[in-house]
Design a protein around this ligand. Structure first.
Ligand code: GDP
Length: 276
């Protein structure tokens, strides 16, 4: 982990702007806990990716929240290339003073250099490829593998480092682990599906009750059951008899497929520090 961090810090020296990529469904859980220390004062754009899967109202709140910390912030959908073209514009806005200075020194089209940083699976490679409008194999940080870095052009004056910085989430925090597992950001082998499935059941019945009710054809009596009894009921109803793990797996699968609609697992009011 220290090695990954050092590599990112080395690369940071070469860039003007950092694109910190997070999953719009879990903007804080999908951040590296040391991000602020690592990035320091470097101009930053918070990119809330996968906005197509997230709750639009809460995404707006997150964008405002990050702007409150002095970052630029934008919600995008890299998969379907939505709103990505605003990233170079925002970067140029952040670097306006430097661009003006370089122009006054006679440099006609000063280029802004940026890199993507984020935990695995937030969409760094997709964003990079969409921005440069080509498909490059993105390898990320591989400790021990040295390779010449290249600058890829998004346009004449906006360049991206070809290897994104990969950092890790705060795995040891159980709640963060559950959120990342439910959204599919971490590998299936590293979490317990019964715990994550139960978290999903509790979260969706409480926060997206109507979509949850409809998705599983539940009535008012079903919704009056305790969480554990509802899991038992759902397992039976779905033909899993008393195999609750299979029902838990199904809930995780359905959450990832969007069966309960667009959702966001955390709200900015609950946070009091952008790096919490
Ligand atoms: P990386 O590990 O951060 O480089 O993430 P990838 O670019 O490999 O993306 C991880 C997964 O998320 C892939 O299956 C992508 O197709 C998917 N993905 C990336 N961006 C989006 C997005 O905006 N919306 C949706 N729905 N999926 C996305």
């Amino acid at each position: 982990m220290a090695k990954a961090r050092n590599q990112v810090q080395e690369k940071l020296k070469q860039v003007d702007v950092v694109l910190e990529i997070v999953d719009a469904r879990t903007p804080e859980a999908s951040r590296n806990p040391m991000m602020n220390q690592i990035v320091g004062q470097k101009p930053r754009i918070m990119v809330l990716n996968k906005q197509d899967l997230a709750d639009p109202e809460i995404t707006k709140q997150w964008v405002a929240y990050y702007k409150g910390f002095g970052y630029e912030a934008i919600a995008i959908d890299a998969q379907h290339a939505k709103r990505l073209n605003q990233i170079p514009q925002l970067a140029k806005k952040l670097m306006a003073a430097k661009i003006a200075k370089q122009k006054s020194r006679g440099i006609k089209n000063p280029a802004i250099r940026a890199m993507c940083i984020g935990i695995p699976n937030v969409g760094k490679s997709t964003i990079l490829n969409r921005l440069i409008k080509k498909n490059v194999a993105v390898t990320g940080n591989r400790p021990g593998v040295t390779k010449n870095q290249q600058w890829l052009k998004a346009d004449e004056t906006f360049q991206l480092l070809d290897t994104p910085g990969i950092l890790w989430p705060k795995f040891e925090d159980e709640m963060i682990g559950k959120k990342l597992a439910l959204t599919g950001a971490i590998a299936d082998s590293v979490y317990q599906e019964d715990i994550v499935g139960m978290y999903g059941l509790q979260f969706f019945r409480e926060n997206y009750t109507e979509s949850f009710r409809r998705a599983y054809g539940l009535n008012a009596d079903d919704l009056a059951l305790s969480d554990a009894d509802l899991m038992i009921h759902l397992a039976k109803k779905n033909g899993f008899a008393d195999n609750y793990n299979r029902m838990a797996e199904r809930i995780i699968f359905d959450a990832r497929q969007g069966k309960f609609g667009r959702y966001t697992l955390e709200k900015p009011e609950a946070e009091n520090d952008a790096n919490a």
